[in-house]
Design a protein around this ligand. Structure first.
Ligand SMILES: [Fe+2]
Length: 644
């Protein structure tokens, strides 16, 4: 086996990470840059490990440090437009600590999805190094990016969002939605974890989100933040039926309701005790959808749970309310990208999954009848793979929305290794019409190339060309829902060798701008980028108004002149300081005066070392205590049942 072939597939080809950071490099382009793009910026997030693990070490695509890639459309004094490319690592605590130790720190997600107790070892080692580096939070912020309350936020579900400055993409600080003073200097806690996919209501400007964790009850908390940052509903507990923590990647919101997805992907240290992986898809469990009012208050409001067959949903498209004759909400409908299992979580780590049959992700419709309290309808509305959904943001949560754009494939689905982000067909689907006219006989195991039809339009990318998520941006004065553009990074894999290694790194990626209404190639504009942009996850479009109205910016734009924040202090957290303090403490410790003093300091050191040990293993102790309590409750209940 050649050296190249032994590289993990998600570290080679166009998944290979970039280590260089480019700053506002002017780009050539062909075609016509639409007027509504000028002054705005497209930004996409994705995993990009600063230090790659050794060849024998486990790795998962979602492990990598977050890196943002952006194209800012700058208007020159001459009136012409000049696209400028920038890419930056998100300077999380994990990245800073990794740079300190010149190695990746976090245990791989691969150890969580396989039955490996090595996760515990890795977690303790990671905790030790992170603690010595002054780290506070474990999120890599590598999943998505969105704009709310005058802030650009990079998200990942294992921590709070990270605020970023645009267009320069410099990392500012964690955003925990609380009084900053209260949290200053405080170590991160699981209650501040936030989904990577909060939803922003385009009319009210409210942002809805939940956070889940696997350590502390309640495992799920729900919040709504106003456009001005007020807490309309904050950290309200969502009680799960079986009390088992789950992995929950996204949710859906209508105008009046939010839908929490309690699906069978359990994520618990308790699984290890029964020789299952920490992340385990339990086919025996039902899928449960919890419908709550938007401003949910756990003390007053009820969660209406709807149970149906087991499935896995990573991304929802949209939800909408339907009313009865008296003006009351009768039902809430939802369209989502539905898998049969959690095979994708394994595929993204190039790991084998027990069920080898195909698991095709379809657009899927659910109708939850609030009055009858039953699932009134559920069926697939696409017979081809569909993932990475993107809508006109002005129609999110709205009953008027009907178009969704997404990625598909000529062959295969999103469940196979290396296909997770390699899109070669872009689809525009009228999901509301598909709900009325669904395809017949859709089989979970059958994957077909998306057909062009009455309610479906497709763009097939040229041979060897693959894209990551396409993001919709509306025109400034749009006249219809699809009056706007799709922006996406594409890469021609002609630059790759047969084994996936990059043979020609001079072949760079491009940014394509596609008219979403006519939905045809060639793109209206193609921007040639100065480097290869690795396949990634989710992106967003920042309008010129959003760029100019960022909270941290006092003089972003002055008389048409862009001000970049080149002089922002580089985020170092306390890492270097912590190491220096440790060194100073060591010096003072050995500069001793008497044997009594040695004994006294050794005793202090002993207490300190125990303290450090407990802090480092805090999460594990919590999980163990949780497990013991679970067992105790379960056994007590069993005994009580025996006596009654
Ligand atoms: Fe996602």
């Amino acid at each position: 086996m050649s050296a190249e072939k032994s590289i993990h597939p998600y570290l080679s080809g166009n998944f290979a990470p970039r280590q260089d950071e480019l700053f506002m490099v002017p780009c050539l382009y062909s075609g016509q840059i639409p007027e509504c793009l000028i002054g705005g910026q497209y930004i996409r997030n994705g995993p990009n490990p600063r230090f790659t693990p050794g060849k024998s070490k486990p790795y998962h695509w979602f492990d990598g440090d977050g890196m943002l890639h952006g194209v800012y459309f700058h208007r020159l004094a001459t009136g012409e437009v000049e696209p400028r490319y920038v890419n930056k690592f998100l300077r999380t605590d994990v990245l800073i600590a990794s740079e300190q130790w010149k190695r990746t720190l976090l245990p791989s997600i691969a150890t969580i999805v396989t039955n490996k107790l090595s996760f515990v070892r890795s977690a303790i080692r990671a905790g030790l190094l992170a603690f010595l580096s002054g780290s506070a939070r474990i999120s890599t912020a590598n999943t998505a990016v969105l704009f709310h309350h005058q802030r650009l936020l990079a998200t990942c579900e294992s921590g709070p969002p990270m605020e970023v400055s645009a267009p320069d993409l410099q990392t500012l600080d964690w955003h925990v939605f609380e009084d900053r003073e209260k949290r200053l200097g405080r170590i991160g806690t699981p209650d501040e974890w936030t989904t990577a996919h909060p939803i922003v209501d385009p009319v009210s400007g409210e942002m809805m989100f939940y956070g889940y964790n696997i350590f502390v009850k309640p495992f799920v908390r729900y919040s709504v933040i106003s456009k001005d940052g007020e807490h309309l509903s904050f950290q309200q507990p969502i009680k799960l039926h079986d009390g088992v923590p789950k992995m929950m990647h996204s949710f859906a919101c209508s105008q009046k309701h939010s839908i929490i997805l309690d699906l069978p992907l359990t994520m618990s240290a308790f699984n290890l005790l029964s020789r299952k992986p920490m992340l385990h898809f339990d086919k025996k469990l039902k899928s449960r959808f919890g419908v709550i009012p938007r401003y949910y208050n756990a003390a007053e409001d009820e969660i209406i749970w709807f149970e149906t067959a087991s499935c896995m949903i990573f991304h929802c498209v949209n939800a909408w309310d339907e009313y009865d004759d008296r003006g009351n909400v009768r039902s809430v409908s939802m369209v989502a990208c539905r898998f049969r299992t959690a095979k994708l979580a394994y595929a993204a780590g190039d790991l084998a999954y027990e069920d080898i049959s195909p698991d095709v992700v379809h657009l899927y419709y659910y109708k939850f009848d609030l009055q009858e309290r039953k699932v009134a309808a559920e069926y697939p509305i696409s017979d081809f793979p569909f993932e990475y959904p993107s809508m006109n943001p002005d129609f999110v949560t709205s009953a008027d929305g009907k178009y969704v754009y997404g990625g598909s494939m000529r062959e295969g689905s999103f469940d196979a290794a290396l296909s997770g982000a390699k899109i070669d067909v872009i689809v525009k689907a009228d999901y509301r019409s598909l709900v009325e006219h669904p395809p017949e006989n859709v089989l979970d195991e059958t994957s077909i190339t998306p057909p062009r039809g009455e309610h479906i339009d497709t763009i097939q990318l040229p041979k060897n060309v693959y894209a990551s998520e396409a993001t919709f941006l509306p025109k400034a004065k749009s006249i219809s829902e699809d009056d706007g553009y799709l922006v996406l990074y594409v890469y021609n894999e002609i630059g790759l060798d047969k084994d996936g290694s990059v043979k020609d790194d001079s072949l760079h990626s491009q940014l394509w701008v596609i008219d979403a209404h006519s939905f045809v190639l060639p793109p209206v504009a193609i921007v040639d980028l100065p480097e290869r942009v690795p396949y990634g996850l989710h992106g967003t479009w920042l309008s010129p108004q959003q760029l100019q109205n960022q909270a941290h910016v006092s003089a972003y734009q002055k008389e048409g002149e862009v001000k970049y924040h080149t002089n922002l202090e580089v985020r170092t957290f306390g890492s270097i300081k912590a190491i220096q303090n440790l060194w100073r403490w060591r010096i003072s410790f050995f500069t001793l005066v008497s044997e009594d003093e040695i004994a006294r300091r050794l005793s202090t050191a002993k207490v300190l070392s125990w303290f450090i040990f407990f802090v480092l293993t805090y999460n594990i102790w919590l999980a163990l205590i949780n497990s013991i309590i679970h067992i105790a409750i379960h056994q007590t209940q069993s005994k009580l049942e025996m006596f009654t």
